[in-house]
Write a protein that binds this ligand. Structure first.
Ligand code: HEC
Length: 179
């Protein structure tokens, strides 16, 4: 049987399309597997750690972000902070905006920035901004402090949270030791 030129051409196009589609799907499948493996590993480590220390809630390593603090790229944190800049200044002694100035926020009393009028929700939290508390708050502010007035949905990616927390840590003359 002989194929016409047109038929050969059509077959070649189909084959090419199939290849492109196929490699795309396979690539995605690989990425997906990779992602869920990483998440599973992180979840296992987190569970083990909170079991070992008997901690729950705020002190659990939400999404494994705290485990990444030592290795995360500081430049990434600066980029993530672009999402916060509309409301927060990072510099020492800089003015409050819609949100409080964040110089030296790690280890500061929650809702304790001087001269900023916090909601009762935030100032009623008590305790200091530990890495754990920041991680939990930045995951979903409205779950961590219901009724607070930071209108920001949160950072879904643990890597983004880790990066921005490392950046917040750098806003100090004597940054707190990493966990
Ligand atoms: C739309 C404005 C807005 C954005 C965007 C925003 N915040 Fe806020 N943030 C606020 C406000 C307002 C408060 C005070 C909330 C309250 O009193 O209820 C706050 C509070 C905070 C606090 C508590 C400070 C303290 O002294 O207790 C931290 C930490 C914080 N924000 C970090 C961030 C980070 C990090 C980002 C970016 C990932 C971010 N915020 C994005 C408005 C914002």
């Amino acid at each position: 049987m002989r194929f016409s030129l047109l038929e050969k051409f059509a077959a070649a196009v189909l084959a090419a399309l199939w290849l492109v589609w196929g490699s795309h799907t396979i690539g995605e499948a690989l990425l997906h597997v990779d992602d869920s493996l990483v998440n599973a590993a992180l979840a296992a480590v987190t569970a083990e750690r909170s079991e070992a220390t008997g901690t729950t809630g705020e002190s659990a390593d939400e999404g494994g972000a705290l485990a990444m603090l030592a290795s995360v790229d500081a430049e990434r944190g600066k980029k993530v902070f672009n999402k916060c800049k509309a409301c927060h200044t990072p510099g020492r002694g800089a003015a409050h905006r819609i949100g409080p100035n964040l110089w030296d926020v790690v280890g500061r009393v929650k809702g304790g920035a001087e001269g900023f009028k916090f909601s009762a929700s935030l100032s009623g939290l008590g305790g200091e901004w530990s890495y754990e508390a920041l991680n939990a708050f930045l995951t979903k502010p409205k779950d961590f402090a219901p009724g607070n007035k930071m209108t920001f949905p949160g950072l879904k990616k643990a890597g983004d949270r880790a990066a921005v927390i490392v950046y917040l840590r750098s806003l100090s003359d004597s940054p707190s030791p990493l966990p």
